[in-house]
Design a protein around this ligand. Structure first.
Ligand SMILES: Nc1ncnc2c1ncn2[C@@H]1O[C@H](COP(=O)(O)OP(=O)(O)O)[C@@H](O)[C@H]1O
Ligand SMILES: [Mg+2]
Length: 269
């Protein structure tokens, strides 16, 4: 990344004034008036969202509301036509590519688990600790420098220590999701984006996932997209409801789920 990719707040918020500038530099993630159009379809229509450092946020909303597109903008997969997306006060996400954004400390977990099935649970974590630069590192002889304690620490966090020597293929769907969360944590991201983590999980796994994410949120910022309102309530965090590419409502789970507009477009269906 060159200095040109670092943005000075006044440039990002030209016309926004000092209040906007303060909000931007204090936030871990700052999205303002983000607009994305696919072949004439306006997937994001002026999305604004501010995430504090270390905050956990649940994102709800009907299918097609723009939740995944928002994650695509944050991770650099999709470039907005218009709008501001700033990470950590200085990084203009609209100008950086996906690997650079990942290196800044934004980790993403997609809905479907993507673990290495034929490797053991522990080896999956080892591979993640080596990171995307593993091939380069091995060239310089850093290949074996993964501290074993760190592997067990991560496996303990995600509740899989007892399974460390099993092939990942043997894990249940829920356990694979936890393993993948452990692999994300191995990269020590500042912000974790998690898309529909409990889809297909049993009730017990869903409950355990809420506990796991609350633990992770003690020292990471987390954005969780989820439809399961029982799970969202268990996360005990601020909730944002998206609709038609913008924020419809934001606040406590009680306030958002009692909002007549949220009931109308989402909960009542
Ligand atoms: N690559 C794409 N090309 C065309 N349309 C897309 C693309 N990605 C998303 N969309 C459309 O944008 C809208 C928002 O999608 P998405 O962000 O996936 O919603 P959500 O995750 O809230 O269900 C949907 O109507 C979807 O069909
Ligand atoms: Mg989606």
């Amino acid at each position: 990344m060159s200095d040109a990719d670092l943005l000075t707040p006044p440039a990002a918020v030209a016309g926004g004034g000092p209040a906007t500038e303060r909000k931007l530099t204090r936030a871990l993630l700052y999205l303002d008036d983000v607009q994305v159009t696919f072949d004439g379809y306006r997937a994001l229509r002026g999305l604004s969202l501010t995430l504090g450092r270390g905050e956990m946020r649940a994102i709800i909303g009907p299918n097609g509301a723009g939740k995944t597109t928002m994650m695509d903008v944050i991770t650099g997969k999709t470039r907005p036509d218009v709008g501001i997306a700033v990470f950590d006060g200085v990084h203009d996400l609209t100008r950086l590519d996906e690997p650079t954004i990942a290196d800044l400390g934004i980790g993403r977990k997609f809905q479907k688990p993507t673990v290495f099935e034929s490797h053991t649970v522990a080896d999956n974590i080892v591979l993640a600790l080596k990171g995307p630069r593993a091939a380069l590192a091995s060239l310089f002889g850093w290949r074996n420098r993964v501290p074993p304690d760190r592997v067990d620490e991560l496996l303990t966090t995600v509740g899989l220590l007892a399974h460390r020597e099993r092939p990942a293929a043997d894990l249940s769907h829920g356990q694979k999701q936890w393993l993948e969360i452990g692999m994300l944590l191995a990269q020590d991201p500042k912000l974790l984006l998690v898309d529909e983590p409990v889809a297909g999980m049993t009730d017990a796994e869903t409950e355990a996932t809420a506990t796991l994410l609350r633990g992770i949120a003690r020292d990471h910022a987390v954005v969780v997209v989820e439809h399961d309102m029982h799970f969202v309530r268990a996360l005990a965090c601020r909730v944002t409801c998206l609709h038609e590419g913008a924020v419809l409502a934001e606040g406590s789970i009680d306030a958002v789920s009692a909002d007549p507009r949220v009931v109308e477009v989402y909960l009542g269906r």
